[in-house]
Design a protein around this ligand. Structure first.
Ligand code: SF4
Length: 296
């Protein structure tokens, strides 16, 4: 049966605020799955808690709405149980960089073959716009009584330090390019993260659609090559790391988007196969309806 984009949309109507960046992220995700021809029954979305977490309800894939900060452990479990599935974990900036920060570092050490989306609007939108870990020092969106007194976390730099092998940044209102990044992240063999910048028009009146529009640009369109092949020399790798750092920390008048880093390393599932005889066939049978196990 030929798949249509509509096959990836659930019957539920999103109830995000008008103008929320979440709409663009949902649309890009559905487009990426459709363009890759991944059957809805072969994809699993896993979310934590927050406005972003509702995404799993609006896509007609399998979905797990888990606990605050916990999408990554659940996503890893799903992937290890059935490596044939396309697994996409997602979290807001508070969910992923605050409550779930320990899991972010832990998963980076393993390099499982999954995609992690950070919905980054710099505030805890679901609970009235408190400062999240990605809000700049001194920033005061309208939801704060005083300026933020803590420094911000840079998800790209943290992902690099943790060991993510595909590191990208997208923008929620550039749905076409965001869908392209998601396709690349899903196709990457290993752990991929996309930090998605998104306006929260209800609580963040500083970084709005109008603020982002003249600033975001595509580094790959400007010739930046993110690839770090296995055979690269130490000197070449050091040069790539320095270039990555320069781009990943650029912020203000120009805000880079695109793929910043893509390294070739064995995935966790590949390494597990060396330790567990017969893996993944020895994993629990969790094939979704319509899969090969049902047809046999
Ligand atoms: Fe979106 Fe902000 Fe509304 Fe949440 S509070 S749905 S992040 S606009």
């Amino acid at each position: 049966m030929e798949l249509k984009l509509a096959d990836y949309k659930s019957d539920l109507a999103p109830d995000w605020c008008p103008g929320c960046g979440d709409y663009g992220i949902l649309s890009a995700l559905q487009t990426a799955l459709y363009k890759l021809g991944i059957e809805p029954g072969r994809a699993v979305l896993v979310s934590g808690i927050g406005c972003s977490a509702k995404t799993v309800h609006y896509a007609a894939t399998y979905g797990v709405h888990t606990l605050h900060g916990r999408p990554l452990p659940v996503a890893q479990g799903v992937k290890l149980a059935n490596p044939e599935l396309t697994v996409i974990a997602m979290a807001g900036d508070g969910d992923g960089m605050g409550i779930g920060a320990g899991h972010f570092v832990g998963v980076g050490r393993r390099n499982p073959d999954l995609l992690y989306l950070i919905f980054n609007n710099e505030v805890y939108g679901m609970t009235k716009g408190q400062a999240s870990p990605t809000l700049e020092l001194g920033a005061q969106p309208k939801s704060l009584a005083r300026p933020n007194i803590q420094s911000k976390v840079n998800p790209l730099m943290l992902a690099f330090a943790a060991g993510f092998t595909f590191i990208a940044r997208g923008y929620a209102y550039d749905v076409k390019n965001l869908a392209r990044l998601m396709q690349q992240g899903i196709e990457h063999r290993g752990l991929a993260m996309i930090d998605v910048l998104q306006p929260c028009p209800t609580y963040n009146n500083l970084h709005t659609r109008e603020w982002f529009a003249p600033r975001v640009y595509d580094i790959n369109a400007e010739g930046y090559d993110p690839r770090v092949p296995r055979e690269m020399s130490d000197a070449e790798r050091a040069e790539r790391m320095a270039r990555f750092t320069l781009k990943a920390t650029e912020w203000g008048e120009r805000i880079p988007t695109g793929v910043f880093w893509q390294a070739e390393l064995p995935s966790f599932e590949e390494r597990l196969g060396e330790f567990l005889p017969g893996y993944p066939e020895t994993a629990p049978a969790t094939r979704p309806p319509g899969g090969e196990a049902d047809r046999a």
